[in-house]
Design a protein around this ligand. Structure first.
Ligand code: AR6
Length: 229
């Protein structure tokens, strides 16, 4: 079967049938609280931010979530892959996890895309992943805020152009590519916030945090960028 046929097969498959293919547990959107609910539940255990806070309306704060876990379990419209510019996958990192879970057809579609430059983004099907689509972006190597900002902006723009309303990001460039975690989180949160204020088409952006250190950083910095009344 061609990758085009395979892609459509999974995109058109009834949910219950698709779920029978997954090896591990699926996480659905209703299992992930939006930031205001998360804050209410956990505020006694979260370190208070010392940063100057920037208030947002509740409707905007409800469009973001932080969630610790494996991005390949998310049953949402799109997950973002922190890829390399070949787009041909890797054994390690989130790239390896996504390719393993989507199975081998994803690589066939990726091979037709002729790579991706740093900061840009390209979209493929999700195949055997619970997510419908994968948006592949290539982070900078080292601390280059303009390029990292582009990764988030271009991924969100691609989601919007494809009418995708729920999207999850890993901490792009902070693993193998060595971007320091806290400055990277500031770029991620400020860029997503700007996009959400300027575009009403996205319902939820999930910051998928694999490491406890990233969870702690995002818990603190969400208080700054998505401060509630
Ligand atoms: N779910 C969510 N996040 C994950 C997962 C997962 N299953 N696995 C790892 N992370 P990295 P980069 C986190 O190295 O720095 C690739 O091999 C991880 O803890 O995956 O952009 C590409 O092919 C970290 O927080 O991506 C490139 O060669 C974050 O994902 C290169 O690595 C990003 O770490 C890209 O490096």
């Amino acid at each position: 079967m061609s990758f085009e046929d395979e892609k459509q097969k999974f995109l058109n498959m009834p949910l219950e049938e698709k779920r029978s293919f997954y090896k591990s547990q699926v996480t659905t959107l209703d299992q992930i609280p939006a930031w205001p609910e998360y804050w209410e539940k956990n505020k006694s255990n979260i370190a208070k931010t010392l940063e100057k806070t920037e208030k947002v309306e509740e409707v905007t704060a409800k469009k973001v979530s932080l969630w610790q876990g494996d991005i390949t379990s998310l049953e949402i419209d799109a997950i973002v892959n922190a890829a390399n510019s070949s787009l041909l996958g890797d054994v390690g990192g989130v790239d390896g996890a996504i390719h393993r879970a989507a199975r081998s057809t994803l690589i066939k579609e990726c091979a037709t895309l002729r790579g991706c430059r740093v900061g840009k983004a390209k979209i493929t099907g999700g195949y055997m992943l619970p997510a419908k689509y994968v948006i592949h972006t290539v982070g900078p190597q080292g601390e280059k805020p303009d390029k990292l900002r582009e990764c988030y902006e271009n991924s969100l723009t691609l989601a919007k152009e494809n009418h995708l309303r729920t999207i999850a990001f890993p901490c792009i460039a902070t693993g193998l590519y060595g971007y320091p975690q806290r400055p990277a989180a500031k770029v991620a949160l400020s860029t997503v916030k700007k996009f959400l204020l300027e575009n009403k088409d996205i319902d939820r952006v999930i910051f998928c945090l694999f490491l406890k250190t990233d969870k702690d950083i995002y818990e603190e910095l969400l208080q700054k960028y998505f401060a509630l009344d």
